[in-house]
Design a protein around this ligand. Structure first.
Ligand SMILES: [Zn+2]
Length: 423
């Protein structure tokens, strides 16, 4: 489009705030991945009065009314909503309540609870949440709304436009690749350390490399096993301190102090990234992580399973920035659906539609698995994972990358804009 886009300027105080809207998109701007008639809804922080007259390219439908959000008039395109505010609102999970879970107050370590009991509790909690919340926003496992908004804005924004100046909507992947594949693991226990090589052998047989987020306390004494992975080209990340639930709820300074205990290993393995145990996140944790690491990978795109939200997640299948930190959303928390009644042999069928959608939408398939009992150490789960790798490997249109490489790409040449907040 050869239009000039006019940045958003509020035409008055918001008419509505914190509201779930349905996106009504001009037929010429519909993304190819939406089925005809498919509706997408997104929470927005505010709806403002729109003074621009013209043809609506995007409207918000809420409370029985239609609110123009992007309007075209001759050669100009007017934004009647704050795109960047909306991005932050969704990606930083301001649309839902991210709370401290009660279990984080328990004075003893979660690892003192037998593994079978932990898995049972996780299953019961996950099922209870699904029953209590029905089908709301975001949709699990596949939520298209934010990516749809980004696509529409990208089609509307001229190169000098508001969105483009922040590196939006999508910078694309290196070498003209269509989408990105990242393999990660969380190593929670000594079982996981012992199983690393076995899992790595499966991945390397497909020519894939992976990242291993290891609990801080497991580094000491396990250097030989970790060295082997690092020498083979794998990336090493930090997975918290002791895998207890408390760390995200300490003040940022205390979190930094805990992580600093592992300085020697952070340096030895050139650790750039952090994943929080149980996907728990808090402002203090993100603040601490942003001061020590290049990237964080603790926020799923859609989260109906962690202890800190009922329904949440950043709703993004692309990396994004939180200040100087690059956030790499976990878009394929592979084994988590075992707690939702999916059988190991059904894992790949469960994820297939989402994988295909991310490919068509140019997103990032970021897989997380655990080389732990009940997960990858189960023969059926391990077999399914091998099949997943076989399906993902060998596609010339995919960028197979380590998370540190993706973070470097997103922070550097690939994405312009060093603005504060999400970009
Ligand atoms: Zn973990």
């Amino acid at each position: 489009m050869s239009h000039v886009s006019r940045p958003f300027t509020p035409g008055g105080p918001p008419l509505l705030t914190h509201v779930l809207v349905r996106l009504e998109i001009h037929p010429d701007l519909l993304p190819p991945w939406l089925h005809p008639g498919e509706s997408v809804s997104l929470p927005v922080p505010a709806i403002y009065p729109c003074e621009a007259q013209g043809e609506p390219l995007l409207s918000f439908l809420a409370a029985g009314a239609v609110y123009p959000a992007i309007v075209r008039r001759e050669a100009e395109i007017f934004f009647c909503f704050d795109y960047l505010e909306t991005l932050e609102f969704v990606r930083l999970e301001r649309y839902c309540r991210v709370r401290r879970p009660w279990a984080s107050y328990v004075p003893f370590g979660y690892r003192h609870v037998p593994i079978a009991a932990r898995r049972l509790v996780a299953t019961l909690l996950t099922m209870a949440k699904r029953l209590s919340r029905g089908s709301g926003f975001p949709a699990f496992p596949l939520e298209k709304a934010l990516h749809t908004l980004t696509y529409v804005v990208g089609r509307c924004a001229a190169p000098s436009g508001e969105a483009a100046s922040r590196g939006q909507p999508v910078p694309g992947w290196p070498g003209g690749k269509r989408y990105c594949v990242v393999l990660t693991h969380d190593v929670d226990t000594p079982h996981g350390i012992r199983a690393m090589e076995r899992v790595w052998n499966i991945e390397s047989s497909y020519g894939l490399a992976s990242s291993w987020n290891i609990v801080g306390r497991l580094f000491e004494g396990n250097e030989r096993a970790i060295d082997r992975l690092a020498k083979d080209g794998c990336e090493i990340g930090l997975h918290g301190d002791d895998h207890r639930l408390r760390m995200p709820y300490l003040p940022a300074g205390a979190i930094i102090g805990r992580i600093a205990k592992y300085k020697k290993f952070l340096e030895t393995y050139r650790i750039q990234g952090f994943r929080s145990p149980y996907y728990l996140r808090s402002p203090a944790l993100l603040s601490a992580v942003s001061r020590l690491f290049v990237y964080d990978s603790s926020i799923p795109d859609v989260d109906t399973f962690s202890l800190c939200v009922d329904r949440g997640g950043c709703c993004s299948v692309l990396p994004f920035r939180i200040g100087t930190l690059v956030e790499l959303p976990v878009t394929l928390p592979y084994e988590i659906v075992l707690h939702m009644g999916v059988r190991p042999r059904g894992l790949n069928a469960f994820w297939r539609e989402k994988i295909e959608w991310i490919k068509s939408a140019g997103g990032m398939i970021l897989v997380n698995t655990h080389p732990e009992p009940s997960y990858l150490l189960e023969p059926d789960v391990s077999r399914a994972y091998g099949e997943l790798l076989a399906a993902l490997a060998g596609d010339g249109s995919a960028w197979y990358a380590l998370p540190g490489e993706v973070a470097g790409w997103w922070a550097g040449a690939g994405v312009k804009g060093k603005g504060k907040g999400a970009s």
